[in-house]
Design a protein around this ligand. Structure first.
Ligand code: CP
Length: 320
């Protein structure tokens, strides 16, 4: 594997899932694979799970991991070609990224969208400049449009709970949830494109009118504005807020109550509830779900280590 920016870099999802589950059983089985190699984990935005799970994964493979909280500790990056840097930015990406390419063998980047310019965000303007100028394999630690390490962990988690009795394919539902502020579409986009590419489920997306995601990610998923209809017989319910894609980054008012409750789960097939975290309790998800028997959210977050380890191991295999 040369890079890990989206599902398009995963030639075989089933293989990555198998590899992740194998590392879960034996975390140190390849603990010499990354000897002498170094990964830089560069954060332009906050993180707990991605930062720690990727560090642990790298260490399990014998690789050194160095975290750089660039937004707090580094110079402010400039990303505009031809910029006259007489404002707040202090270092152009064209100058910084090649140096990161000298220090590290692999580079992980977290860079959230602006939610102001759909064109720039969906062109992955920031991430792609790290790819272009660093000259080393780049791993997305969540970018403007997708969060592939999260999605791989999600698929690993679903796989662990298969098979579902009397079904050849589980019903997986992605449902929109309320939030107090505008959030990126990344996790929902990414989950959609991974579930579609994995192709071992019936996939339904429920969101309020006007909140449809970009078709490039949802493809042939069934999309409905009726949450109760979507939840019927569901085996897995993935809960996530996202801001508006069409009226980009906006929160258009939603009148119905979209927060998941135990009552709403009664129509499901005893569904397992998932969420990428962090979660706003009693806004996005109720205490009764988060603390109840349906939630597999902690397990899902734990699987972030094995997803990252499977990916880093594949990238190490591709290094000369
Ligand atoms: N789910 C996730 O990416 O968590 P962090 O933002 O804490 O890394």
């Amino acid at each position: 594997m040369k890079q890990f920016l989206s599902v398009h870099d995963a030639a075989n999802i089933d293989f990555l899932v198998k590899s992740g589950l194998s590392f879960k059983k034996n975390p140190l089985t390849n603990n010499k694979q990354g000897k002498g190699k170094r990964i830089g984990l560069l954060f332009l935005n906050p993180s707990m799970r991605t930062r720690l799970s990727t560090q642990i994964a790298a260490q399990n493979l014998g690789m050194e991991a160095i975290v750089f909280n660039a937004s707090q500790e580094g110079w402010a990056f400039e990303f505009e070609e031809g910029a006259v840097m007489n404002g707040t930015t202090a270092e152009h990406i064209k100058d910084a990224a090649p140096i990161l390419g000298k220090y590290f063998d692999i580079l992980g980047i977290r860079t959230f969208p602006s939610l102001k310019s759909k064109e720039e965000d969906y062109a992955e303007k920031v991430l792609n400049q790290f790819v272009k100028y660093s000259g080393i394999p780049v791993v997305s630690l969540e970018s403007a449009t997708v969060h592939p390490l999260q999605s791989l962990a999600d698929i690993i988690t679903i796989t662990e709970h298969l098979p579902i009795k009397n079904k050849t394919k589980p019903k997986v539902v992605l449902t929109w949830a309320p939030h107090v502020k505008s959030l990126p579409q990344c996790v929902a986009n990414s989950f959609s494109e991974w579930v579609n590419a994995w192709s071992h489920s019936e996939f339904v997306i429920a969101n309020p009118e006007g909140y449809n995601l970009d078709k490039r990610f949802t493809k042939n998923a069934k999309i409905t504005n009726d949450q109760a209809y979507a939840l019927k017989d569901a085996d897995f319910v993935y809960v996530k807020n996202w801001s508006n894609y069409n009226d980009y980054g906006k929160m258009i008012p939603v009148e119905d109550d979209w927060m998941l409750t135990n009552k709403k789960l009664e129509n499901t097939n005893n569904a397992k509830v998932m969420h990428c975290l962090p979660v706003r309790r009693n806004v996005e998800l109720s205490d009764e779900i988060l603390d109840g028997r349906h939630s597999i959210i902690t397990e899902e977050a734990g699987n972030r280590v094995w997803a990252a380890q499977a990916v880093l191991s594949e990238i190490l295999n591709g290094l000369s």
